[in-house]
Unconditional design. Structure first.
Length: 330
């Protein structure tokens, strides 16, 4: 049987080139090899304060970007998390099989709770909801960026714990995380020690998939570089240039060695100029498909069909676990 792939992206005002190169680009590849389910995780977005109107638009736009980036709704299934109540329901059942201690250790929770004034209970239990997303579909493989490694480890631990206690209930999923040199962790353009993040206050630190060409050129021109002038891949000594090289490589198809070779006689200026054009060329077709998908009703129809498909996959797993827990049939 074909392997099943599941992944999710939070709806927010922007989807960055980090999201694209670290995750969505792999979604597009995997749809040809496996049964794929991709989710806009709106319930996850609610763990931090959201403007309702913006969340509404961002949810539709994230789904549009999935399709614009090349996910074919005939091949893969796209849906919105909150449209399938089984996610929230399974999440509660898993929470009652998860421990305060293990959730407290999640580094993303520690980071986010240190940054936010309001720390909701939802922010704390967020990784359990993510486990529910994955386990509900008996997913084999979960393509994500490097920052989700710990959450996937937790998902595996929860699944194994429940299987041991109640008998085989959930498939224990495998992570699919690219190496850093292959996009697993795209760094900020203004600080190569931090990952590129859509929640950053400084828009110069990221490239949004919807940034207009001139803004992309400007952001790449002002991206920080390292001392020296040679274009060389070295994560330790040249973190900023290495990051730009990874973006170059993934957008152009050239290997890191080929890029080093191509720029062995030029400095950062020419390299950045070319990189900007390559990023613009990569994002142009995505942006024009995105605009087509803004036609009223188009994405809504795809999401309705997706919801109907996944509900059928989710139901038997949830019912089985309810029975095992001793909940009376409904
Ligand atoms: P999020 O926007 O947090 O929902 O992330 C969606 C997907 O993009 C997840 O698989 C993340 O791991 C991935 N991702 C987010 N930021 C980056 C980044 N800077 N580099 C690589 N992957 C990323
Ligand atoms: N937590 C993930 C992120 O912030 C998004 C996510 C939610 C997810 N549920 C998921 C990713 C299930 C993979 C599988 O990037």
């Amino acid at each position: 049987m074909a392997k099943r792939v599941f992944s999710g992206v939070q709806p927010s005002g922007v989807i960055t080139i980090g999201n694209y190169l670290g995750a969505i680009k792999n979604f597009v590849k995997l749809q040809h090899e496996a049964e794929c389910i991709f989710c806009v995780v709106d319930l996850h977005a609610l763990t931090v304060p959201q403007d309702p109107k913006e969340l509404y638009e961002a949810t539709l736009n994230t789904a549009r970007l999935f399709v614009a980036c090349g996910i074919d709704p005939q091949k893969a299934t796209i849906f919105v998390q909150s449209h399938v109540p089984a996610h929230a329901e399974l999440s509660w059942l898993l929470e009652c099989n998860s421990y305060f201690g293990e959730l407290r250790r999640m580094t993303q929770f520690k980071d986010k709770s240190a940054k936010n004034e309001v720390v909701t209970a939802g922010l704390f239990t967020y990784p359990v909801l993510m486990a529910a997303d994955i386990l509900l579909y008996q997913a084999d493989l979960v393509p994500v960026g490097d920052d989700q490694k710990q959450h996937l480890e937790l998902t595996r631990n929860i699944a194994e714990r429940i299987n041991n206690r109640f008998g085989q209930t959930f498939k224990v999923p495998e992570p699919y995380i690219p190496e850093r040199s292959a996009g697993g962790r795209i760094m900020s353009l203004t600080n190569p020690d931090e990952k590129m993040s859509k929640s950053s206050d400084d828009p110069k630190s990221y490239i949004s998939l919807l940034d207009p060409p001139d803004l992309i050129r400007k952001k790449i021109r002002s991206a920080v570089t390292d001392s020296g002038r040679e274009i060389r891949y070295d994560e330790e000594e040249k973190p900023a240039v290495s990051n730009l090289m990874v973006i170059y490589s993934l957008c152009s198809g050239l290997s890191l060695e080929e890029i080093e070779d191509k720029y062995k006689d030029s400095g950062y200026g020419q390299f950045k100029k070319d990189l900007a054009e390559i990023v613009v060329e990569t994002l142009e077709p995505i942006q024009s498909r995105f605009n087509e998908l803004c036609e009223p009703g188009k994405i809504e129809k795809i999401l309705r069909e997706g919801k109907e498909r996944v509900e059928k996959i989710a139901a038997p797993t949830l019912d089985d676990f309810r029975n095992k827990l001793g909940l009376v049939e409904r």
